[in-house]
Design a protein. Structure first.
Length: 226
C-alpha cells in the first residue's frame, strides 16, 4: 500500500470521476440495465453488473448484446440504456456522502475537473442539480479524439486543462476501470470504496470508504485547505 504518496503530499489539482464518486448514480445504471434487458425480453448474464461498472455506455450496450447473443441489437440496447439512465438520474440526483463538502473546500484552493465516461449533458445536469457544477473549471468526457476509460485520455486532458503535469494531480475514483485510466495517465489515485484483495488493491494509492472519511478530511484540511 502506498498511502504515503497521498497523505504526505499536496496536489496541484484534483480530478474527480462523477458516477459513484461525486454522484450516487451507480444505482441508476443498475436499474437502467435491468429495465433495458427487460424491454428486450433478455435475461442479464450472471455477474454482469460487476463487469459493466465504470464502462462507457456504448461499450456497456455492446457487452449487453454480446453476452445475450443479440449482436443485431447493439444500437437499440445502447440507445435504450442511455435514455433510461438519463430519465432515472434526472428524477433523483443524489450526491455521495462527503462529496459536496470536499468539492467546495477544495475548489477554494485548487483547480478542479471532472473526468467521466458519461455523456457531457448527463454529467453537467447531475452536477448542476447538486449545486456543484460551478466548482469545476473543466468537465472532460469521452468522445471524438478522447477515448473512454480505462484508456488514459480523459485524465490526461483534465490535468492539462487544469494547467498541471499529471504527476501533480490527484484522481478520485470508485471504479477499477477509472483507477486504471488515471494510473495510466500518471495521476496519483484515491480509491473510493472497500479495498479489494490481491493486486487490484494497488490500483489506488489510498483507499477510503467514503469522501467523509476522517483521515481524508484531516489530510484535506492540512494539505489543501490552508
Amino acid at each position: 500500500m502506498t498511502a504515503h504518496r497521498i497523505l504526505s503530499w499536496s496536489p496541484a489539482a484534483i480530478v474527480f470521476d462523477c458516477d459513484g464518486t461525486l454522484m450516487d448514480t451507480e444505482q441508476h445504471w443498475q436499474e437502467a440495465r435491468s429495465i433495458t434487458f427487460r424491454a428486450f425480453s433478455l435475461k442479464p448474464p450472471a455477474g454482469f453488473a460487476d463487469r459493466a461498472k465504470g464502462m462507457h455506455y456504448t461499450e456497456c450496450g455492446a457487452l449487453m448484446a454480446e453476452e445475450t447473443g443479440k449482436p443485431d441489437l447493439v444500437e437499440d440496447l445502447t440507445s435504450t440504456l442511455l435514455d433510461t439512465f438519463t430519465t432515472l438520474v434526472d428524477q433523483d440526483p443524489v450526491t455521495m456522502p462527503g462529496a459536496t463538502a470536499l468539492v467546495r473546500l477544495a475548489a477554494r484552493h485548487l483547480p478542479l475537473a471532472v473526468a467521466s465516461n458519461c455523456p457531457r449533458e448527463v454529467v453537467e445536469s447531475c452536477l448542476d442539480r447538486a449545486g456543484l457544477l460551478s466548482c469545476f473549471g473543466h468537465v472532460v468526457v469521452a468522445g471524438e479524439n478522447v477515448r473512454p476509460k480505462p484508456q488514459p485520455d480523459v485524465y490526461q486532458v483534465a490535468a492539462r486543462l487544469c494547467g498541471v503535469p499529471p504527476e501533480e494531480a490527484l484522481a478520485v475514483e470508485d471504479s477499477l476501470t477509472g483507477m486504471e485510466s488515471a494510473r495510466r495517465a500518471g495521476l496519483r489515485v484515491l480509491g473510493l470504496g472497500p479495498c479489494p484483495p490481491g493486486p487490484e488493491a494497488e490500483k489506488a494509492d489510498l483507499w477510503v470508504t467514503s469522501l467523509a472519511d476522517g483521515e481524508l478530511l484531516s489530510w484535506v484540511h492540512s494539505r489543501i485547505g490552508v
